[in-house]
Structure formats: structure tokens, C-alpha cells
Design a protein around this ligand. Structure first.
Ligand code: PBG
Length: 325
């Protein structure tokens, strides 16, 4: 049937009809809100390139977690800024490290929220790379052991799920084995399976103070030009024991999200990253776009592409709008 017999506008005539046939819904249940934790007492600092996003001290986390629950966001992902850094990122697995203290604080005060941890060394190394160095290159196999120790220390502190973001080969298997050997076989791994060497991470590196002091991350993060390689990376992580597959960034990689959700039966997460957030905020501040509407359209596009879960700095803002509707 074609025009004039068939008229697509019939089903768009009012808001009730449009809702009736809407294919994609956003839900706060599937948002994860990133939290940056810093040393000190009773402090909250706005990240200049991410208006509305703050670094907070451990004692402020209860408030942050409760603010999430209040709008229906039930999961957070933690990024720690340690007091000191060294060549091998020892702070990442310190028993009383910043992330470990943060996990304990949230689990003690707000136990019902899901606490996820980013497992990586870049915030903890003095050179800012995601692993330890041998001859100025990131040594894959030596890094695995440190990552596994880090994931284990997070689980021991009470984390509900770990999310390795380092992009070393073989890290999912190493982390899974270490968790299992230590009776943490019930802790899932959300793998940053497909993480591109992206310029959209700029504001995050300011927030988490983890810009590499030399070189870049291209020898471990993926080339933005590649899509079949994404399937290979995801396949490896599935075989190694990942429970959730993540694509990062999101909007410039909607095709990758879509391919992964077609090809794999694990839940798919997408990380709408710092630069993606900052661009919307900046244009909205200038009055060039309607920030709330572009936020919603953007998150909807990520969901429509096939993501089940969205990690986003907009989590609370979007959740509030959904709740008040
Ligand atoms: C750590 C890590 C990064 C992000 C999440 N985990 C930075 C990077 O890889 O350089 C970026 C998140 C964002 O930009 O919002 N490796």
C-alpha cells in the first residue's frame, strides 16, 4: 500500500498515538551515574569542562548516592583520585585506597545502590598510562596481575560489579579467575570490551587527572576506523567470561552498538562519555540548542541503537525529567 491509500501521518496525529507506537523508552533503571571521588573532607569541586559534575570527598558520597536513588537511578560507577601516584599504580589496589574507602562508605550508608568500579591504572600511575611500563611501552602481561589485584580489592571492599577499562589483552580472563579463586564468583564483570582511542575523553582526563604524560593510548585502545575489530574484541571478552559488554564512546559509535546488539546475547552497555556531555552543555549554555531536548534525543538514540544500559553524566537530569512526566 502506498500514498494516498497509506499515510504514515495517521499514527502521528497526536501525542497519545505517538506514545502508542513508540518503539524505544528511556528508563532510569538502566542508567549508571559516574562519581568522582577525591581525598579530603567535606569538599565538592565542579569540573570546569563538565558543568554540573563534581568531584567529592568520601564523606559526601552518601548524599550523592541518595540523590541518585531519589530520582530512580540505582547504579553508580566510581572513579578514584588517589593522594599519591607511582609507576605501577599501587594505589589502585591499596586496601585503604580512595576507591576502596569510597565503596565501603556507600555500601555502609546506602547499601541498596549498585556500586560499580572502573578497574584501570591510569588515575594511579604517575605517567598516566593504563598499565605499567617496560621500556616506555605499556607492558600487557605485567599489567594483568595488577588489574586483577585491583578488581579483587574492589570486590573485597564490597563492590557489586567491576568494570575493567584498561584494554589490555586477556584481562577479563585474569580478573574472572582471580575473583573466582577468592570466592567472588557472584561478582559480574562489565567489560569495556570495545573502547576506542577517542578524543571525546578530554574532559574526563581533567576530572580524573589522568592525561598520559607522554604519547597516547593508541597502542591499547581501538582505532576509531575499525568495526570488525569490535566484534573480535567483544568475542574475546565473552569467551573470557564478561557478563556485560560495553561500547565507548556512544554517539560517534552507534553503528558499533547496533552491531554488538545484533551479534551478541549479553546485555550491551554504552558509555556516553565526558566530551559528549560537555559538547551538549556548552552549546546549551550558549543558547544554540535546547539542552534538555538534545540530551533526551541523544540518550534515546543510544538506546535505539541497541544499548540496554547507558552510563551517562546526564543520568540524574534525565531521570528527573522522566519521573516528573
Ligand atoms: C580510564 C577511563 C577513561 C574513561 C573511563 N575510564 C579515560 C581514558 O581511557 O582515557 C573516560 C570516560 C569519559 O570520558 O567520560 N581508562
Amino acid at each position: 500500500m502506498v500514498f494516498p491509500e497509506y499515510r504514515p501521518r495517521r499514527l502521528r496525529k497526536n501525542s497519545a498515538f505517538r506514545s502508542l507506537i513508540r518503539e524505544t523508552q528511556l528508563s532510569a533503571d538502566q542508567f549508571i551515574y559516574p562519581l568522582f571521588v577525591m581525598p579530603g573532607k567535606n569538599k565538592k569541586e565542579e569540573i570546569s569542562s563538565m558543568p554540573g559534575v563534581f568531584r567529592v570527598t568520601v564523606d559526601r558520597l552518601e548524599k550523592e548516592a541518595k540523590a541518585c536513588l531519589e530520582v530512580g537511578v540505582n547504579a553508580v560507577i566510581l572513579f578514584g583520585l588517589p593522594e599519591t601516584k607511582d609507576g605501577v599504580g599501587s594505589g589502585a589496589h591499596a586496601k585503604d585506597g580512595i576507591t576502596q574507602r569510597a565503596i565501603k562508605e556507600i555500601k555502609r550508608k546506602v547499601p541498596e545502590i549498585i556500586v560499580i568500579t572502573d578497574v584501570c591504572l591510569c588515575e594511579y600511575t604517575d605517567h598516566g598510562h593504563c598499565g605499567c611500563l617496560v621500556d616506555n611501552t605499556v607492558d600487557n602481561d605485567a599489567t594483568l596481575e595488577i588489574l586483577a589485584k585491583t578488581a579483587l580489592s574492589h570486590a573485597q571492599a564490597g563492590a557489586d560489579m567491576v568494570a575493567p577499562s584498561d584494554m589490555m589483552d586477556g584481562r577479563i580472563a585474569e580478573i574472572r579467575a582471580t575473583l573466582d579463586e577468592n570466592n567472588f564468583d557472584s561478582i559480574p564483570i562489565m567489560s569495556y570490551a570495545v573502547k576506542y582511542a577517542s578524543s571525546f575523553y578530554g574532559p574526563f582526563r581533567e576530572a580524573a587527572d589522568c592525561t598520559p604524560s607522554f604519547g597516547d593510548r593508541k597502542s591499547y585502545q581501538m582505532d576509531p576506523a575499525n568495526s570488525r575489530e569490535a566484534l573480535r574484541e567483544a568475542t574475546l571478552d565473552v569467551d573470557e567470561g564478561a557478563d556485560i559488554l560495553m561500547v565507548k564512546p556512544a554517539v560517534a559509535y552507534l553503528d558499533i552498538i547496533s552491531r554488538l546488539s545484533d551479534e551478541f546475547d549479553l546485555p550491551i552497555a554504552a558509555y556516553h562519555v565526558s566530551g559528549e556531555y560537555a559538547m551538549i552543555k556548552a552549546a546549551a549554555e550558549k543558547g544554540w540548542i535546547d539542552g534538555d531536548k538534545v540530551m533526551e534525543e541523544t540518550l534515546l538514540s543510544i538506546k535505539r541503537a541497541g544499548a540496554d544500559i547507558i552510563i551517562t553524566y546526564f543520568a540524574k537530569d534525565m531521570a528527573k525529567i522522566l519521573r516528573d512526566r
